[in-house]
Design a protein. Structure first.
Length: 189
């Protein structure tokens, strides 16, 4: 009985560790079996310009008969925001509350130079590369998906690493955002 309990505890810890490993697996290394937009991550710490936020998976929500994962972005000194994301047939969708429609966030079939717009038509995205590089205060990344994003508040390049998802952004080739290994390092900024 004791061995079964220990085995069960080991399996539980392994599963939980694997979930955390995916989140921060070796923080700087890609996960070759992962994808560029994983929805399995439970928490991320993200620097953005002169502030930061944590992104936490908080549950699911059914909208128009479709189940979305709900991610809360808890900003320092800014009201929290919520993202609703779902994946179907290797396409990641975001529900846009503004217009009650979905925007494609990423489709694994998109090739370099593929261009698409948000549901409201106000944002434009383009695949720049699948071989991008980005240096942050914590890591030097390579083999990144790079998406150019024209938003209402600027034009950015967003960088994604297999198994990690979003890892940073640049504006005019200057780093403006990156993930951090811990909340403590965010607070130091």
């Amino acid at each position: 009985m004791k061995n079964k309990l220990l085995l069960s505890l080991f399996i539980l810890i392994s599963l939980l560790s694997n979930a955390q490993l995916r989140e921060g697996q070796n923080f700087c290394d890609e996960s070759p079996e992962g994808n560029y937009f994983p929805l399995s991550l439970n928490k991320k710490n993200i620097l953005w310009a002169d502030t930061y936020y944590t992104e936490d998976k908080i549950g699911t929500k059914i909208i128009n008969g479709k189940t979305y994962l709900e991610f809360k972005q808890n900003w320092k000194n800014i009201a929290p925001t919520t993202l609703f994301l779902r994946k179907e047939n290797n396409v990641v969708y975001q529900y846009e509350e503004c217009c009650k429609k979905e925007t494609i966030r990423y489709d694994s079939n998109f090739k370099k130079d593929h261009l698409w717009k948000s549901a409201d038509g106000l944002r434009e995205y383009k695949i720049v590369s699948y071989k991008g590089k980005l240096k942050t205060p914590y890591c030097s990344y390579k083999n990144l998906l790079v998406i150019n994003a024209k938003l209402s508040f600027g034009e950015f390049k967003f960088y994604y690493l297999k198994g990690h998802g979003y890892i940073g952004a640049t504006e005019n080739n200057k780093l403006v955002s990156c993930i951090s290994p811990s909340l403590e390092t965010l607070k130091e900024k």
